[in-house]
Design a protein around this ligand. Structure first.
Ligand code: HEC
Length: 118
């Protein structure tokens, strides 16, 4: 009996781990789908800095810097590119401009990024 209980707990724990990992890795929302489809994950991850800063760090940094205007700044950086903003994290690479995606897709992506602060 004791043994069986242990396995139930272990199974529940590993299930919870899988679910929380999943939410870290992104989700099925339109914004994250666009990020996946457009190669952004070559340089970005949701919660880890790679070539570029993590989307969490981006959301938090822009919220701190610009408050309610954060969304606008993120949209502008995706449209026109960015460099030097995350030097303090040791990131010296350049964010290429993605203006060809168009305003609507850029807005959808940016809203998803900002949703990570909540
Ligand atoms: C070649 C690598 C690379 C690719 C591909 C890339 N990025 Fe970036 N991105 C970066 C780097 C490097 C930075 C940090 C730039 C800086 O320090 O200003 C960055 C920064 C950003 C920022 C933060 C800008 C800010 O003002 O805070 C956003 C938002 C962003 N990227 C979104 C995207 C999206 C969306 C895509 C896909 C459409 C994408 N990136 C593709 C490298 C990349």
């Amino acid at each position: 009996m004791k043994f069986k209980g242990f396995f139930v707990v272990a199974a529940a724990a590993s299930l919870m781990f899988a679910v929380s990992q999943n939410s870290f890795a992104g989700d099925n929302s339109p914004g994250y789908k666009l990020i996946k489809a457009n190669g952004c994950l070559a340089c970005h991850a949701v919660d880890q800095n790679k070539v570029g800063p993590s989307y969490k760090v981006i959301a938090e940094t822009n919220e701190k810097l610009y408050g309610k205007d954060a969304l606008k700044h993120i949209e502008e950086s995706i449209e026109k590119g960015s460099k030097g903003k995350y030097k303090n994290l040791g990131i010296s690479a350049v964010m290429p401009p993605y203006g060809y995606l168009g305003k609507q897709k850029i807005e959808t992506i940016s809203k998803w990024i900002m949703s990570l602060t909540k």
